[in-house]
Design a protein around this ligand. Structure first.
Ligand code: NAD
Ligand code: UDP
Length: 310
């Protein structure tokens, strides 16, 4: 199949491309390299079934494809808050452009939505029918509301134009190839511990997150794309930790001498987050297989190799 992956040079997108290439598909990787890295996909350069397109999804593009994994959007709070107006444009105009493309060529489009559509949730764990608690005017809103509109666009194109859609609500995902300066919690703690500098816990560290290893997530995305259900569907690992527990875990695994330093909690930081994955289990026969400890080991090794080779 001819498959387009937007955001394909990024963290999740490049792992997805590896799987699609290994399955023998014809893969188009589209990216503007805002947070993507050519090294993530360089092993496919020269392969006749792989094509790299430097393009910004906020601009229309004409391509002929059968499936679209639409992942293009900065995902780390540090990156999506760097230029919030651009973040909204990427989610809203970018998704509209990709849905327009899907409509024209009758492709199936999977949109990478997020657990952030639940905001600071007062239902725990979060089920897909929970409508969320999102601040419309805060510093996270450019991302959260952008993704909420992107979901709305998917369902309106589906109802109005019969576009074949799939919507995944992705929860915190980690693994190899995260950028050193990504700014998300796992990569920050691992890089800090490896460098022997204090691990920066925001707030008192009692807020929770549930961490999914990237290979599990990619498997879930592919099952959703190729299954019958349109979603939205939660994809994540229900294994929940406080941020302080995560810091202590990484400290123990990498560098027991590294200190933990408490920093102010950013505005609107969700207090708790855990996916209810009943739907993914029943609809897709999917659940995560990699325990967070095993995933952390692989992530630590990946960062160790990259930091040493510098
Ligand atoms: P990432 O930042 O590594 O990847 C995003 C990719 O999109 C990058 O390669 C970037 O250069 C590209 N991009 C950004 N804006 C673009 C634009 N305007 N045009 C073209 N390309 C653009 O992030 P990721 O963690 O791989 O996330 C991928 C997708 O999954 C995102 O849509 C994100 O919102 C979603 N998601 C990720 C997580 C997670 O924990 N990693 C959780 C929920 C949702
Ligand atoms: N966090 C932290 N230290 C860091 C980076 C993040 O304590 O160096 C916290 C952050 O405040 C949040 C949690 O870790 O409570 C997860 O943050 P991340 O940016 O990874 O993802 P998100 O908040 O979008 O789930």
């Amino acid at each position: 199949m001819r498959i387009l992956v937007t955001g394909g040079a990024g963290f999740i997108g490049s792992h997805l491309i590896d799987r699609l290439m290994e399955q023998g598909h014809d893969v188009l990787c589209l990216d503007n390299f805002f947070t993507g890295d050519k090294r993530n996909i360089s092993k496919w350069f020269g392969n006749p079934y792989f094509e790299l397109i430097r393009h910004d999804v906020t601009e229309p593009i004409r391509l002929e494809v059968e499936q679209i994994y639409h992942l293009a959007c900065p995902a780390s709070p540090v990156h999506y808050q760097y230029n919030p107006v651009k973040t909204i444009k990427t989610s809203v105009i970018g998704t509209m452009n990709m849905l327009g493309l899907a409509k024209r060529v009758k492709a199936r489009l999977l949109m990478a939505s997020t657990s952030e559509v639940y905001g600071d949730p007062d239902v725990h764990p979060q089920t897909e029918d929970y409508r969320g608690n999102v601040n419309t005017i805060g510093i996270r809103s450019c991302y959260d509301e952008g993704k909420r509109v992107a979901e709305t666009l998917c369902f309106d194109y589906h109802r109005q134009n019969n576009v074949d859609i799939r919507v995944a609500r992705i929860f915190n995902t980690f693994g190899s190839r995260m950028l050193e300066n990504d700014g998300r919690v796992v990569s920050n703690f691992v890089v800090q511990a490896l460098r022997g500098i204090p691990l920066t816990v925001y707030g008192d560290g009692s807020q929770t997150r549930s961490f999914c290893y990237v290979s599990d997530l990619v498997e879930g995305l592919m099952r959703l794309m190729n299954g019958e259900h349109i979603g939205p569907i939660n994809l994540g690992n229900p294994d929940e930790y406080t941020i302080l527990q995560l810091a202590e875990k990484i400290q123990k695994m990498v560098n027991p001498d590294a200190d933990i330093q408490f920093k102010p909690l950013p505005q609107d930081d969700p207090r708790q987050r855990q996916p209810d994955i009943t739907l993914a289990k029943t609809w897709l026969g999917w659940e995560p297989k990699i325990h967070v400890d095993e995933g952390l080991k692989m992530t630590i090794e990946d960062f160790r190799d990259r930091l040493i080779s510098k």
